[in-house]
Design a binder for this molecule. Structure first.
Ligand SMILES: C[S@@+](CC[C@H](N)C(=O)[O-])C[C@H]1O[C@@H](n2cnc3c(N)ncnc32)[C@H](O)[C@@H]1O
Length: 244
């Protein structure tokens, strides 16, 4: 589990051209630095330019969805952002979301511990509310989110690179819970691999060609595929929906 989070972070750093050395004084934790170096050596050796490009495109889609969701927000009218299966991504910082949003990032406890170490090493603090909890079919993760301060304000939920590691009933119940706790005016961005990609992969548990139907059955409306280059979309794609 931690490995997928480290891999996604390093692949994104390479894709965005972030020339991170991982060993400057801010990353002064030997274990974390070693892990990041090993992951980066792997990405540089094993990942095709096409794979790196897919990560760049995927990242741009999520970034622009979040930017536009948060465009109208201000510190007086903050929006909530919930990133489920957040991994080690530092999107909230990269996009400067903290001045206008309350950001919650949820992942399994081991990843959140590592994320906390990275954020503290990088900036001296963690400005997101980090929620260490596994998403299962039960509502434990929802309760943990509410205990962390999730409120009734409209929210943007981001599910990027997550559902392929869950089983179908976990995915369906997660979407129902999201719908239940979302205020009107909330929206969701759902990223999935196709059925064929999941079937071919030893890594993925879940894939669907009907992401739009999944969101609709959970209650969301205005569901639509987000524009994605056709070649990339054959492997994975995004669907968004909202609660009116
Ligand atoms: C491939 S990484 C993607 C991380 C991040 N979304 C990104 O794009 O960089 C998948 C993440 O989903 C998390 N994850 C997988 N299944 C999960 C579950 N049932 N509950 C919470 N997190 C989960 C993993 O721990 C991991 O951090």
């Amino acid at each position: 589990m931690e490995i997928t989070a480290v891999f996604a972070k390093v692949l994104r750093d390479v894709a965005l051209g972030c020339d991170v050395t991982y060993d400057n004084f801010l990353y002064d934790d030997a274990d974390v630095v070693k892990l990041l170096h090993r992951a980066r050596a792997f990405v540089r050796k094993e990942c095709s330019p096409d794979r790196v490009d897919r990560m760049r495109i995927r990242t741009n889609i999520v970034d622009s969805f979040l930017r536009s969701a948060c465009r109208e927000c201000s510190s007086a009218q903050p929006r909530q952002v919930v990133i489920l299966g957040c991994g080690l991504d530092d999107r909230a910082e990269r996009l400067g979301l903290f001045s206008q949003c309350h950001v919650f990032e949820l992942d399994v406890p081991a990843v959140i511990r590592l994320k906390e170490r990275l954020s503290v090493m990088r900036t001296g603090t963690s400005r997101s509310r980090l929620v260490p909890h596994r998403i299962t079919e039960s509502r434990g993760w929802v309760d943990a989110l509410c205990s962390a301060g999730y409120s009734t304000a409209p929210c943007t939920f981001i599910l990027e690179g997550l559902v392929m590691y869950m089983n179908r009933s976990e995915v369906e119940s997660m979407l129902r819970f999201i719908y239940e706790i979302a205020a009107r005016g909330s929206d969701v961005l759902f990223h999935t691999v196709s059925t064929a990609s999941a079937a071919e992969s030893s890594e993925y548990c879940f894939g669907t060609d009907d992401g739009k139907g999944l969101l609709e059955r959970a209650g969301f409306c205005k569901c639509r595929r987000v524009a994605y280059p056709a070649q990339q979309g054959a492997m994975s794609y995004f669907v968004c929906g909202s609660k009116q």
